[in-house]
Design a protein around this ligand. Structure first.
Ligand SMILES: C[S@@+](CC[C@H](N)C(=O)[O-])C[C@H]1O[C@@H](n2cnc3c(N)ncnc32)[C@H](O)[C@@H]1O
Length: 274
């Protein structure tokens, strides 16, 4: 009998395996954009046909790149506020804490109860790090955040696309009202990207709907919920701190590959909330 951890297939749990594998594959490269030995460990421990994902190396690389950009923004926040609190919304099996921990940050990993049950197989709470099982649409987790010291940085990677636009709008407003002055890093998926990803096997099997289509992150500012767009980039125009980690040929090749129709349909965005 296999001693590996089983994942409930055809559920949202399955969607978190793609970025996990992307980080593991990147770690195996001699000059990967990130180093994530825990992701490698989890891939080895989970009973899943990861090799089936090898058919889409660009998607895996894109996952690693977006993680690296978000790590960079969280890292910059921690340089200014080493003992602030970071909230990873929809944490999945993300290992951001392991990658950016500075020894003093306070941290909350938040995810749906099902997903958190899987996460708890691999991660433990500590004095500075809590694992909270709740929907981001609930209010309870905001009280958990308030128990930790500010300032606050909220980050969500490939999560809000699964919510309705109205829900995202209410969420941004709620976080801003409760934690004015905080930062919120989130990614936006435009129409072409949602259609492209929705056609993929895992997305179809998981029967999860990518609902929040956002072609222009400045829309979030226009909602008038107190969000100001500080930075925004696509994966072909990475912040210098990330792109300099890529081998030159890779950087040029990726920039050219990224000039297709999907290029501006996926963006990483950093907002200030007031
Ligand atoms: C594609 S996975 C991304 C996981 C992780 N952010 C990463 O980059 O590896 C989507 C994650 O969003 C979580 N999620 C979806 N809806 C959610 C909700 N309403 N509240 C909290 N988490 C949610 C899922 O459980 C899953 O872990």
């Amino acid at each position: 009998m296999s001693e590996k951890t089983l994942v409930k297939l055809s559920t949202i749990q399955e969607t978190m395996l793609i970025p996990l594998y992307g980080r593991a594959v990147e770690t195996a490269k001699p000059r990967g954009v990130l180093h994530d030995p825990k992701a490698v460990e989890m891939v080895e421990a989970i009973d899943y046909d990861f090799a089936g994902l090898d058919a889409n190396p660009h998607s895996l690389f894109a996952c690693a790149l977006r993680t690296a950009v978000l790590d960079e923004w969280v890292g910059a926040f921690l340089k200014e506020h080493p003992s602030g609190t970071v909230v990873e919304i929809g944490a999945g099996l993300n290992t951001r804490f392991e990658r950016v921990d500075n020894g003093s940050v306070h941290w909350i990993d938040l995810d749906l109860p099902d997903s958190m049950a899987l996460r708890r197989r691999f991660f433990e709470e500590s004095g500075r790090r809590a694992l909270v099982a709740a929907s981001v649409l609930d209010d309870s987790w905001l009280d958990e955040v308030a128990k930790r010291p500010g300032p606050y940085f909220f980050v969500s990677e490939a999560v809000l696309v699964y919510l309705e636009e109205e829900q995202v709008r209410a969420l941004v407003r709620r976080i801003g009202e409760r934690f004015p002055g905080s930062r919120f890093a989130l990614d936006t998926f435009g129409r072409t990207m949602v259609e492209f990803l929705g056609a993929r096997d895992v997305a179809r099997r998981a029967k999860v709907t990518m609902s929040w289509v956002c072609d222009d992150p400045a829309d979030v500012e226009r909602w008038e919920v107190g969000a100001t767009l500080l930075e925004s980039c696509n994966l072909a125009q990475l912040p210098a701190a990330v792109s300099k980690r890529l081998p030159t040929l890779y950087r040029v090749g990726w920039g050219l590959a990224g000039s297709g129709r999907n290029r501006d349909s996926y963006k990483l965005n950093l907002f200030a909330l007031s």
